[in-house]
Design a protein around this ligand. Structure first.
Ligand SMILES: C[C@H](O)[C@H](O)[C@H]1CNC2=NC(N)=NC(=O)C2=N1
Length: 117
């Protein structure tokens, strides 16, 4: 399977297919730090990233926000002192699309610059 970090999000439309359980399990091998949670029947990829302070958390938030704008695919973000909660799902299909796994993998890439801090 191609590396998720090397892929670009496709423009999502209402009829786009959700990932199957098998596809999700396969993609999750590339983003092991993420869990699939269901909220009001909508599956989401979620992960909490830890930071040494608020400024670092804010900087990470900005970078993820820029990524989202570049890809046209946006997360839910909860920025707090020392942590940022990130959730990816595709609003248009009320569930998980390959785009969400691509974005989770690219979010992990951004975190690599902070994890060493
Ligand atoms: C018009 C705009 O591109 C669309 O509404 C995009 C924006 N960002 C998005 N982000 C996410 N996570 N899901 C979407 O369905 C979505 N749609």
């Amino acid at each position: 399977m191609e590396e998720l970090t090397q892929q670009k999000c496709e423009v999502c439309h209402a009829g786009a297919p959700k990932v199957t359980d098998e596809e999700a399990a396969n993609y999750q091998k590339q983003v092991p730090g993420w869990i699939i949670m269901e909220h009001d029947g909508v599956k989401r990829l979620e992960r909490v990233f830890k930071f040494k302070d608020f400024i670092s958390a804010l900087s990470f938030t900005q970078k993820v926000g820029r990524l989202a704008e570049d890809e046209g695919h946006h997360p839910a973000l909860l920025t707090e002192w020392g942590s940022v909660g990130v959730a990816w799902w595709t609003h248009k299909i009320h569930g998980l699309h390959r785009n969400d796994f691509i974005m989770a993998a690219k979010t992990d890439e951004i975190y690599k610059d902070f994890a060493a801090m």
